[in-house]
Design a protein around this ligand. Structure first.
Ligand SMILES: Cc1cc2nc3c(=O)[nH]c(=O)nc-3n(C[C@H](O)[C@H](O)[C@H](O)COP(=O)(O)O)c2cc1C
Length: 218
């Protein structure tokens, strides 16, 4: 069972959010998972050019940077942990830049069958909008969202313990193939919505059209 932790704070290992996410990872490891960590700080990540190459024939982005390797790791994982400090009630631009580069993962729900969890910290303790956004993003890609571990800028014992428990839940969901019915419905409805668009645009989004055809989703 492979879990990828994507940490988006510029503070890297000194990041409060990373320390919370590392507890989620610890909980998952105690339940049998292997966890790999990617810090986005220092990685070369360009903004999406909206050229739609990732929807076409080979479904690959033409920008040459670290996004390819990170996205490959996402595709090869069973679960994801997103660590995102609250920046203006959103995820930091570092993480949003990576997310924008995953348009094809969203259209084709390429994280289907995977599970995700989030760690969020903030100066104010207001983590709700960022946690909700991480959940939205996971479901957009087809993954079910297990939950958010949140805290202020200095996670305390209680919050670290809750993060550890969330990691155990994440690993258990992966092992058991848990179904969160409302999330599964939302993912299915969105697939039906994208199937219509992919059909309509089959001549220019040919890569995605083939993907949907092969999956039997049309
Ligand atoms: C650019 C920027 C924007 C921020 N915006 C908010 C905010 O809107 N609300 C809030 O409560 N904290 C905000 N903060 C504070 C961080 O969320 C907080 O310090 C967080 O714990 C930092 O985590 P880190 O150590 O993992 O980087 C902001 C910090 C920065 C640098």
């Amino acid at each position: 069972m492979r879990i990828l932790l994507i940490s988006s704070s510029p503070h890297e290992k000194r990041s409060a959010t990373y320390s919370l996410a590392a507890k989620i990872a610890e909980g998952a490891k105690a339940a049998g998972a292997e966890v790999e960590t990617v810090h986005l700080a220092g990685r070369k990540l360009q903004f999406c050019h909206a050229c739609e190459a990732c929807h076409r024939a080979h479904m690959t982005c033409h920008l040459k940077d670290d996004a390819h390797q990170i996205i490959l790791k996402m595709l090869n994982s069973d679960g994801l942990i997103f660590a995102a400090p609250n920046y203006l009630n959103q995820v930091p631009a570092q993480l949003k830049t990576l997310m924008d580069r995953t348009s094809n993962l969203i259209h084709c729900q390429r994280l289907l069958g995977k599970y995700a969890a989030g760690a969020v910290t903030s100066g104010s303790g207001n983590n709700e909008s960022v946690g909700a956004y991480l959940g939205d993003y996971a479901r957009l890609c087809g993954a079910q969202y297990v939950g958010t571990a949140g805290s202020g800028p200095e996670p305390g014992r209680k919050e670290l313990d809750a993060a550890f428990a969330l990691g155990g839940r994440l690993a258990a969901d992966i092992k058991e193939g848990s179904v969160y019915a409302p999330q599964a419905r939302e993912i299915e409805q969105r697939r039906a919505y994208f199937a219509e668009i992919v059909k309509r645009r089959k001549s220019d989004w040919d890569g995605e059209f083939h993907y949907y055809s092969e999956k039997g989703w049309l």
